[in-house]
Design a protein around this ligand. Structure first.
Ligand code: AKB
Length: 313
């Protein structure tokens, strides 16, 4: 049975990932770590950990007997743009430490990259797995450097590194913080709470998205995949859908006909979105480890609204 250590366990992905991993591998085999104290008790073991503290990271991983590292702690795109130096130190320092600790302790390793690793000169539609990557954001620079570092640790040290390029992730459990795709989560809350939403992303701006259950399954499937079949190891394009704000609004209107969307575009987040692909091609992930999704826009909307209704009661 795996013994998995998760950094950033209280974040948007981390908080659902630990529940999924506990179901798959057992509650006591998943160690949650985060720089923050949990607001409510978490199930399973938990340790406070600042990922820039490599000594403590090593100690915590060793004491737990971890054989797998899932490094999720990172600053997202919009936040990184407002504090680029801090983003570099956290995103790159945290990644370097978690790779090093994994190398020292012989662990399997996962970290997510992002559609943010692409830039304005990348082909915008059906963005291929292997293509031009000249991002114009600090987050994107971090993600490209991170993809290369993970490849380096595999080829140089034989570390079993694996990873995906996530699109915007949508979930009802934990809110994202500081991302460009966050509008696609906010919109569901506001639809139920206020019946309207003012989007900071302009009409017509397409980005890739995925519902959280599909994202979590993708992590488990990639980590369990036969290494002999992996031509790529890190930074697999994965996506479930591509839409623009008007289309998600229309999907919500099928359940809440009175709902309406208006626009007050944030220039910083819009510029980031404009530099990212409209849609990426996940065929390498499909071919090499059987990547698949179960939710499209309408089935995700139905589930989000149902789950959020209960949550907001
Ligand atoms: C963000 O918007 O920064 C993230 C991402 C696509 O990596 N959700």
């Amino acid at each position: 049975m795996k013994k998995i250590m998760v950094t950033g366990a209280l974040g948007q992905i981390g908080s659902e990932l630990i529940t999924k991993l506990q179901k798959e591998y057992g509650e006591n085999n998943v160690l949650s770590t985060d720089i923050r104290k949990p607001e409510k008790p978490v199930t399973g073991p938990f340790e406070i950990l600042d990922v820039t503290d490599s000594k403590r990271m090593h100690g915590v991983a060793k004491e737990f007997g971890a054989d797998t590292m899932m490094h999720m702690a990172a600053l997202l795109s919009a936040k990184a743009e407002s504090n680029p130096l801090f983003a570099w130190n956290l995103n790159m320092g945290g990644l370097m430490n978690s790779l090093e600790v994994s190398r020292e302790l012989g662990m399997q390793f996962f970290t997510p990259s992002s559609i943010g690793a692409f830039g304005p000169s990348t082909p915008k539609v059906d963005t291929p797995q292997d293509t031009l990557q000249r991002p114009t954001t600090m987050y994107g620079v971090n993600k490209v450097a991170g993809e290369l570092l993970c490849d380096y640790y595999f080829t140089r040290f034989g570390l079993d590194t694996r990873g995906v390029r996530f699109p915007g992730l949508i979930s009802y459990v934990a809110q994202p913080g500081g991302g460009t795709t966050d509008y696609a989560v906010d919109i569901y809350y506001k639809a139920l709470e206020e019946g309207k939403y003012e989007s900071f992303i302009a009409e017509g701006t397409r980005m890739d998205m995925m519902y959280m259950p599909d994202a979590l399954q993708a992590i488990v499937d990639l980590m369990e995949a036969d290494p002999a079949k992996l031509i790529h190891r890190n930074a697999f394009n994965v996506t479930a859908m591509s839409f623009e704000p008007g289309e998600i609004a229309a999907s919500i209107q099928k359940h809440l006909p009175e709902f309406n969307i208006s626009y007050d575009v944030d220039p910083v987040r819009q510029a980031i979105a404009d530099s990212w692909p409209d849609s990426i091609d996940p065929s390498a992930a499909v071919a090499e480890w059987g990547f698949k999704t179960t939710y499209d826009l309408d089935s995700m909307t139905a589930d989000m609204l149902e789950k959020l209704r209960t949550k907001l009661q």
